[in-house]
Design a protein around this ligand. Structure first.
Ligand SMILES: C[S@@+](CC[C@H](N)C(=O)[O-])C[C@H]1O[C@@H](n2cnc3c(N)ncnc32)[C@H](O)[C@@H]1O
Length: 278
């Protein structure tokens, strides 16, 4: 496994609230996978993929999509990159390469991947618009960039006062850490601005509550101690949230995952032919 020096800038994923030193981080990542993998897979299955594709999974987390891609593209290779790769298992497939890398410092060879995918990563990155343009350059001609990010609905529109408080605290904390939980809305435009064609998008509604469909308990459990330390919520709020999850009438939609994708145009071998061809 390739290793890098930790970035000098404070990063909530390497040293902060969402660091993998937290005992709750693995469960949080796995709960994300359980709730969104089916949606992600349906999006990628909709692309005209080939067994020989070289794929790059950015911010691979606990690895489910990288492992799935390795099976889907057995004649290609999959690079699974994460700033902290401790939950990635390079032994899962012969064509899988795990790379511990801060992707804001990484520069892959232009044109080297037929598919680049990232989920719940770009909202955390500084200079996220520029990062889209860089990732687009790493695509081979005809390759696809698929980015999936959360769009949080306004906390004060929740029908549950406790959820209004919890979500407002969560959103404030993430924003203080430099995350933008509404940036996802600009994704399609950003892909088009980066020169990609065939830009398209879809949404997947998140569920809070709904008896068993919830993935928020691990998220709130993970960030809870920081939110309490900052005085944004109380221990009682957390206990009441756990109780609320047992109520069959507790169902809320806190966010939408926006998935957007675009394709690097095939290179035109005869530039003159395209001029004037409308
Ligand atoms: C919310 S998790 C999502 C994990 C995975 N993409 C998923 O959806 O299941 C974000 C992941 O991005 C990684 N990450 C955050 N900043 C990164 C950076 N600058 N470079 C590489 N990975 C990063 C984190 O370590 C974490 O594993």
């Amino acid at each position: 496994m390739k290793r890098i020096e930790r970035p000098s800038t404070a990063d909530q994923y390497s040293v902060g609230m969402l660091s993998k030193d937290s005992p709750y981080e693995r469960e949080r990542l796995e709960s994300i996978q359980r709730s969104v993998d089916a949606f992600t897979i349906s999006i990628i299955q909709g692309l005209p993929s080939e067994a020989s594709w070289n794929c790059l999974e950015l911010g691979a987390g606990a690895g489910s999509i990288a492992y799935w891609l390795a099976g889907r593209c057995p004649d290609g290779r999959v690079v699974a990159a994460d700033i902290d790769a401790r939950y990635l298992d390079a032994g899962r497939a012969a064509n899988l390469e795990v790379q511990e890398a801060d992707i804001t410092h990484e520069d892959y060879t232009p044109g080297s991947f037929e598919l680049i995918h990232a989920r719940y990563l770009f909202c955390h990155l500084p200079m996220r618009d520029d990062m889209i343009a860089r990732a687009a350059r790493w695509l081979a001609p005809g390759g696809w960039l698929v980015i999936e990010e959360p769009y949080h609905l306004p906390a004060d529109t929740s029908p549950f006062p406790l959820v209004q408080r919890l979500l407002a605290a969560y959103q404030q904390k993430f924003s203080e850490h430099g995350a933008d939980l509404t940036w996802a809305r600009s994704l399609p435009a950003q892909l088009a601005r980066s020169g990609l064609s065939e830009v398209s998008f879809a949404g997947n509604l998140g569920c809070m509550g709904g008896l068993g469909k919830d993935r928020w308990l691990p998220l709130i459990t993970q960030s809870g101690p920081s939110l309490i330390a900052d005085g944004l919520i109380t221990e009682t709020d957390l206990a009441r949230f756990a109780d609320l999850l047992k109520d069959p009438a507790f169902i809320d939609i806190p966010q939408v995952t926006i998935s957007a994708w675009g394709r690097r145009p095939l290179e035109n071998t005869n530039a003159d032919a395209s001029v004037g061809a409308v």
